[in-house]
Design a protein around this ligand. Structure first.
Ligand SMILES: Nc1ncnc2c1ncn2[C@@H]1O[C@H](COP(=O)(O)OP(=O)(O)OP(=O)(O)O)[C@@H](O)[C@H]1O
Ligand SMILES: [Mg+2]
Length: 173
């Protein structure tokens, strides 16, 4: 499928939080809709986040999880690799593969089992898992831009393309 993408300016932390909240609203709308773009594929919803250390991947995921209704402490998964949350009937898995040295660890660690239909999977440093991961609905690449950040959001599935259209309606570029 042709790749669709948009670029967004995130001049401050507040802009990152707003993007997280917008993504959450789109995700939740997708879950509650009866359309085929709901979370009914075999792998659940997947968003991968790339970008240098400190680019804002965890900050963005934290804002998304808060807006999805997570009330407990949201820790960076840099050490534990995985932090899990459950909100009503949805599972949220926040993964950070930065410390993965060998992509074959992926199989041993059983990460494949997390890709279930009722899961939202958010992965920082997906490139460290080599080619083991399925294509994400959205790939978000965060970059330093002066004192702020920019985000390139790419859709890699049909469902992701629908989300991207909704996002671009809300975010003037
Ligand atoms: N748009 C923004 N403009 C300026 N600062 C921001 C913006 N968004 C987030 N930040 C700040 O940048 C830092 C990002 O840290 P964060 O832990 O989210 O990075 P990360 O990409 O997850 O890094 P790592 O690869 O180490 O996991 C935080 O201090 C956050 O407050
Ligand atoms: Mg992080």
């Amino acid at each position: 499928m042709p790749t669709a993408e948009i670029s967004l300016n995130l001049p401050d932390e507040n802009a990152t939080e707003q993007l997280g909240a917008q993504l959450a609203a789109i995700l939740l709308e997708s879950v509650s809709s009866n359309k085929n773009n709901g979370l009914d594929s075999n792998t659940g919803a997947t968003i991968y986040l790339r970008g240098e250390l400190g680019a804002g991947k965890t900050a963005l995921v934290r804002a998304l999880l808060r807006a999805c209704g997570v009330t407990s402490r949201i820790k960076s998964p840099s050490y534990a690799l995985l932090e899990s949350y459950k909100v009503s009937s949805l599972y949220f898995y926040h993964i950070d593969f930065y410390r993965f040295s060998d992509s074959s660890e992926w199989q041993d660690a059983g990460f494949r089992d997390l890709f279930r239909p009722d899961a939202v999977i958010l992965i920082e440093w997906p490139q460290k898992a080599g080619d083991q991961l399925p294509a994400p609905d959205l790939l978000i690449e965060l970059s330093y831009e002066g004192s702020g950040r920019s985000a390139r959001v790419q859709a890699e599935t049909k469902r992701g393309a629908t989300w991207l259209r909704n996002l671009s309606k809300n975010c003037p570029q």
